[in-house]
Design a protein around this ligand. Structure first.
Ligand code: 28F
Length: 413
């Protein structure tokens, strides 16, 4: 009877099958194996560190692109738990990195799983798609390490020394038999981490590129959160009011909104769910738009800025020149749309609508000069729209009159 190399128990077989499924169809888990999919690997690992920040235990995340396109991500959170799970005989750390979808550490109702563009497939997918992955954990006075190759455990979690710090460090090299390229694009990562820092007020995120002789480094740290985000977006535009309007609500569906009008004619509203940029909008945007229109019309009527004979201000009039960032946290987000970046949860519409109606109307009452500056712009937008409508009507009426009367000279046969 030949000696089996290695006895696999049921759980280990399930792990191997899971990782095999990921390696067979990586696009199912990270969208593509192009450079976009490569960047998703980094976002997945960073998202776990951001979750630790959202939970209140991590204040700094460092991302380094080392020579050879090796990625290193370090956080100063609690460190992934190292205790052995009685059922799986695996540590939580090894579970997070080998069991698909096990990383949902906040899957329950104890917090919000921030998830990357592909909505939090977790660290185990990164592990499966990496030639090798190395995890260092500092917690409970010890320094622990584990490593994998293409998702397979090479070095189980081992205590290798002492440490008086806490945190998690992950290094990995993406598998070049899977990805079209291993070449990370610094600017793409820089933009995403700047956005994450705006969305996670107070969190320090740094990105360093050691691939060239002269390393590149950027650090993002915004105590102002969404207010800083709107100020950044309105950087060299003429503002209609000095400080962005900021309204927020805690509770089961936390909502944060920052608004600042400029003299531009464009409408720039950016919406996020669990830090995912919902470029296709959705129910949070719908609720915001409805409440914005109602609140400004009610205020204009109450202050007699709009006479009863004037029609209501339209949504477009009110959104001309607006820059706004809406960030909501939803435990079980439903994503719809072509690229799964449209929020579908219907309950969110009413939640955002009620919160904006309540808090924006209070803000306008308490800041009449800001209200006046914005409404002057809305009213002039409405007048311009009305004038354009009348002009169009005139042209149409004129051209239809001309076409019904005979030309002065009959056409020569
Ligand atoms: C560089 C990437 O992944 N940081 C992480 C934590 C902290 C905890 C945790 C992570 C699985 C199911 C619990 C610690 N102490 N950085 C990271 N930091 N995961 S990932 O828990 C995951 C376990 O539930 C943590 C107490 N609770 C949670």
């Amino acid at each position: 009877m030949e000696k089996f190399e290695h006895e696999y128990n049921a759980d280990q077989i399930q792990v191997l099958e899971g990782l095999e499924a990921v390696r067979k169809r990586p696009g199912m888990y990270i969208g593509s194996v192009s450079v976009r999919g490569l960047h998703h690997l980094v976002y997945e690992i960073v998202d776990n560190a951001v979750d630790e920040a959202l939970a209140g235990y991590c204040t700094e995340i460092k991302i380094t692109i080392e020579k050879g396109n090796i990625i290193r991500v370090e956080d100063n959170g609690r460190g992934i738990p190292v205790d052995i799970h009685p059922k799986t005989k695996l540590s939580a750390a090894e579970t997070v990195y080998t069991v698909l979808h096990a990383g949902g550490k906040f899957g329950g109702d104890s917090g919000y799983k921030v998830s990357g563009g592909l909505h939090g497939v977790g660290a185990s997918v990164v592990n499966a798609l990496a030639e090798w992955t190395e995890v260092k954990i500092e917690r409970d006075g010890g320094l622990y390490e584990m490593s994998f190759e293409r998702g397979k455990t090479i070095k189980p979690l081992t205590r290798i020394g002492d440490s008086d710090k806490t945190g998690t460090t992950v290094r990995f090299l993406a598998d070049d038999t899977i990805f079209e390229t291993l070449e990370y694009e610094y600017e793409v990562l820089e933009n995403r981490f700047r956005e994450m820092a705006f969305l996670t007020k107070g969190l320090k995120i740094s990105l360093e590129d050691e691939r060239e002789e002269t390393p590149k480094k950027n650090e993002f740290h915004f105590e102002g959160g969404l207010i800083s985000f709107v100020e950044y977006l309105n950087n060299n535009k003429e503002k209609l009011h000095p400080k962005p309007i900021y309204i927020e609500k805690d509770g089961e569906f936390p909502v944060e909104i920052a608004i600042q009008y400029t003299s531009a004619y464009s409408e720039n509203i950016y919406t996020f769910v669990n830090n995912i940029n919902t470029i296709e909008g959705g129910t949070h945007l719908e609720g915001f738009k409805r409440a914005l229109t109602k609140t400004f019309n009610d205020y204009a009527k109450a202050k007699n800025i709009l006479k009863d004979k004037d029609g209501n201000l339209q949504g477009d009039d009110i959104r001309e020149g607006i820059t706004a960032v809406i960030s909501v946290k939803v435990k079980e987000p439903q994503f719809e749309g072509q690229t799964k970046t449209k929020l579908g949860n219907s309950e969110v519409t009413g939640i955002v609508q009620a919160m904006v109606n309540d808090k924006l109307s209070t803000f306008l009452e308490e800041n009449p000069n800001v209200a006046k500056a914005i409404l002057e712009k809305c009213v002039s937008a409405a007048r311009a729209r009305e004038a354009a409508r009348k002009a169009r009507e005139l042209v149409r009426r004129k051209s239809s009159l001309e076409s019904t009367t005979l030309p002065r000279k009959t056409c020569r046969l």
